[in-house]
Design a protein around this ligand. Structure first.
Ligand SMILES: *Cc1c(COP(=O)(O)O)cnc(C)c1O
Ligand code: SF4
Length: 344
């Protein structure tokens, strides 16, 4: 059997993801829209250079599945805006920085962070299946995390020595980029830590690479001693369709609790109608809206920011439209606080 036959479909799809901005423009018929807007040649060249700089800082990455949910030739498509590099990203804005949530101060052992009581977060790996332009970890020093299971040993030992930690959060990057074999090995190691009760998976893969959700993957978690909880990340109702909706439903049907966290993003999901539709689509699939995050103030993301006042008003309106369980908590992360801080 050739390698390609043995490689699971999701891995092939990830390998074939779009990593080139010109290809992205071409696939969505955007080139013309952008060139029409820029009549002056000098400005055009300058903008091209700024976009190149944005891409050098954080490369373009988007899967075919996510791309299919965008409307061609629409430069304000809410899914496109999440992944399209723009010239605003290279602006240096006061109040925005490299480590907006104090991650570097919360390192408990290499690759493991603890900020909150009872929960530790593992930077499983730096890779994702999509690059979200607003990501607060776009500047994270992933190379400092352990790479192989052997390298993880010392950090897992530290975890073993801290019985107050009951929940391990697999984060990244995206932990489901690990293949089933490596994920299984990691789970086994975690299961051997007797005081751990739960494993939480922070992943965007069911949204952006739905083929990652397979029976084999779900079995890994269903047969685990640890109670699994999946926390996915969708920002807009247009994301929750087709293969993505099927994948979410599959996880829910398997009996794994699934929660969603979204980030409040200007021009993408900052209206009450959009949020209400997102929450409705989620609960119709059995996914509970968990958090709506105020944007973390990372360099390059300032143009996505919505004011907390506008966010609070939106949540108040959502409470009048939706069942209580369907309204996410609107939170922001303040470094040094014992949990996420609710905005109200
Ligand atoms: C957000 C976060 C958690 C999880 O917080 P919950 O409120 O339990 O969802 C845990 N650890 C770190 C470092 C975090 O940033
Ligand atoms: S999937 Fe998550 S970690 Fe990866 S770029 Fe997007 S927001 Fe950041």
């Amino acid at each position: 059997m050739s390698i390609s036959e043995k490689t699971p479909r999701w891995q092939q799809e990830l390998a074939n993801a779009i990593r080139n901005v010109d290809e992205l423009y071409k696939r969505l018929n955007l080139k013309e829209i952008f060139s029409d807007n820029e009549e002056c040649h000098v400005e055009k060249a300058q903008n091209k250079e700024l976009i190149s700089e944005a891409i050098r800082q954080f490369p373009v990455l988007v899967t075919e599945s996510f791309l299919k949910r965008m409307t061609p030739a629409d430069s304000s498509d809410p899914l496109l805006l999440q992944i399209l590099p723009t010239i605003q990203e290279v602006d240096k804005i006061p109040g925005f920085g490299l480590d907006p949530v104090g991650d570097s101060r919360a390192i408990f052992a290499p690759g493991i962070m603890q900020k909150y009581q009872g929960r530790a977060l593992m930077i499983t790996l730096g890779q994702c299946a999509i690059h979200c332009r607003y990501c607060f970890r776009r500047k994270f020093p992933y190379q400092q995390s352990p790479k192989s299971l052997e390298q993880w040993e010392a950090s897992l030992k530290k975890l073993q020595e801290n019985p107050s930690i009951e929940e391990i959060i697999l984060s990244g990057g995206d932990p489901l980029v690990l293949n089933d074999r490596r994920l299984g090995q990691l789970l086994e190691q975690l299961e051997s830590i007797s005081h751990l009760q739960r494993v939480r998976v922070h992943t965007r893969l069911p949204i952006v690479l739905p083929s990652r959700v397979t029976d084999e993957l779900l079995k890994l978690f269903l047969y685990s001693r640890l109670q699994p909880i999946f926390v996915v990340h969708a920002n807009h109702p247009n994301e929750i369709v087709d293969d993505c909706a099927d994948a979410l439903h599959q996880v829910v049907r398997a009996g794994i609790p699934v929660l969603n966290q979204a980030v409040l993003l200007r021009g993408i999901n900052d209206t009450t109608e959009t949020q209400a539709e997102l929450c409705n689509r989620l609960i119709n699939l059995g996914v509970i809206p968990y958090y709506l995050h105020q944007l973390d103030r990372v360099d390059g993301a300032a143009h996505f920011e919505v004011s907390p006042e506008a966010g609070i008003k939106m949540i108040e309106e959502l409470k009048q439209l939706l069942p209580g369980y369907a309204v996410p908590k609107y939170v922001r992360e303040i470094p040094g606080k014992p949990g996420k801080t609710e905005l109200k």
